[in-house]
Write a protein that binds this ligand. Structure first.
Ligand SMILES: [Zn+2]
Length: 453
């Protein structure tokens, strides 16, 4: 048995008790948290293989990022930020997917995104993407915990016309379900269970009712959850009305798609009736605050929090620093509600740790520092000019949410394995990942520019 002792840190367990634990050490045995007790007692009772001095640092659960797109972050960073949604979807990503990027390209950018994710303290990511085995391999190799899902659609959609409604194709439905099942069979439980799979429908508008129902049925049979993006664009809301004469969330509820194992990503253009349905069905809202703000839109967050919705946070493809994301979540909630005290720091931190783990049905394993849980732990260096002073007068949770940056994360442990040490990723060659992404992006955008679009 391999034992790691983390001593001298301030432990923030996120175990629902809104507390910090000082003057105690945390013991890891193999891949699990075995004890939190005084350093002397633990050192006396056990033979320790590695001692980590966390003096000046906070010891907390790793960030559980409920929505990301590995590969896309670095590929379109610095290109897509000032675009409208229509330009982003119809003039950038669709032509790239259709005509330019290969599986090898996406694997290369996924390596770089994993490096960034890990350095900023994300220990678990939930993804849905047009997954190839190559991208999944990069995620597995990085050591991060990945909840992966093939991004499915059965729509034969004319991407050159944003106003056209989709036609659905039974052939496409079969092809995509077969692909998702094969992906599940290949990857679910891989890497000592660090990789798991959910089924994912891109957006309900791009999926026929039969397809959505079948996806949910197949997911239930396997005991896994489903994901979909919804109410991300205003044109989507109009389309649900036109096609089903109801709001999108109501449509999903009527076909029994919604329950506590359903993650609804974005929910920007959401109406009161939909908030009630989400609450009734216990579905999860996956809130990507920076992406929302970037679109110049804001969900009715005041009403959503007041209704007590299950809300967890994600980054989407933009800005993988979870601490920055928490600040955006706080700011957007306060702009929408006009209430500066709508949520406190602890609430936002829960949405990226234990509540996020619940959204992924992993809260019995990760999301808090409790005895018996898996050792997904990060150390955050508080000995920084933008965080000090740090003494008994200051609340480390408030500092984490409002003052810490991802670059203050000094160590990342996943499943008991140290994957980031002194801010450096151990599983992937960072320099090589950056060099290769630079070279490939040059080639990708040379090809993209030569397209007639
Ligand atoms: Zn997304």
């Amino acid at each position: 048995m391999h034992r790691i002792l983390i001593k001298n840190g301030v432990i923030i367990p996120m175990d629902g008790k809104s507390r910090t634990i000082e003057n105690k050490a945390l013991l890891i045995e193999d891949n699990r948290i075995a004890a939190i007790d005084s350093t002397e007692i633990l050192a006396e009772k056990h033979s320790i293989d590695q001692t980590i001095d966390a003096g000046g640092k906070v010891v907390m659960p790793g960030i559980v990022n409920c929505h990301a797109h590995q590969g896309w972050t670095s590929l379109v960073r610095g290109i897509a930020e000032d675009m409208t949604v229509e330009d982003y979807v119809f003039r950038l990503t669709e032509p790239l997917i259709e005509h330019v990027v290969t599986d090898e390209d996406m694997q290369c950018f996924a390596y770089l995104d994993c490096v960034e994710m890990l350095k900023f303290g994300n220990t678990c990511i939930s993804e849905f993407e047009t997954f190839s085995d190559d991208t999944a391999s990069a995620i597995m190799e990085s050591g991060i915990r990945g909840v992966l899902g093939v991004n499915m659609t059965d729509a034969d959609w004319d991407f050159s016309d944003p106003n056209a409604l989709p036609n659905y194709s039974p052939d496409l439905m079969k092809t995509n379900l077969d692909k998702a099942i094969k992906f599940y069979d290949t990857w679910h439980g891989k890497n000592n269970d660090r990789i798991s799979v959910r089924f994912s429908n891109n957006i309900p508008l791009l999926c026929s009712p039969e397809f959505l129902t079948e996806t949910k049925k197949l997911a239930k049979e396997r005991g896994i959850g489903v994901n979909t993006h919804i109410n991300t664009e205003s044109f989507e809301v109009e389309a649900y009305q036109q096609m089903y004469q109801k709001v999108g969330v109501e449509f999903l509820s009527d076909i029994d798609y919604l329950d506590e194992n359903t993650n609804l990503v974005h929910l920007i253009y959401t109406q009161d009736r939909e908030i009630d349905i989400i609450k009734e069905t216990n579905a999860y809202m996956i809130h990507c605050p920076y992406e929302m703000g970037k679109r110049g839109a804001c969900a009715p967050l005041g009403k959503m929090y007041a209704a007590g919705l299950n809300i967890a946070l994600g980054s989407d493809w933009l800005m993988l620093d979870p601490f920055e994301q928490m600040r955006y979540a706080a700011v957007l909630a306060r702009i929408d509600s006009g209430d500066a005290l709508l949520n406190k720091a602890y609430d936002f931190l829960e949405m990226f740790t234990i509540k996020a783990a619940k959204a992924l049905d992993l809260d019995d394993k990760i999301g808090s520092l409790e005895i018996g849980k898996l050792a997904d732990i990060i150390l955050v260096d508080f000995d920084q000019p933008h965080i000090v002073p740090m003494n008994s007068h200051y609340d480390p949770v408030t500092n984490l949410v409002y003052n810490v940056h991802g670059s203050d994360v000094s160590m990342v442990i996943i499943d008991g394995e140290v994957v980031v040490e002194n801010g450096k990723v151990k599983t992937i060659d960072e320099k090589k990942a950056m060099q290769e992404a630079n070279l490939r992006s040059e080639a990708v955008f040379n090809k993209f520019k030569s397209l007639d679009h």
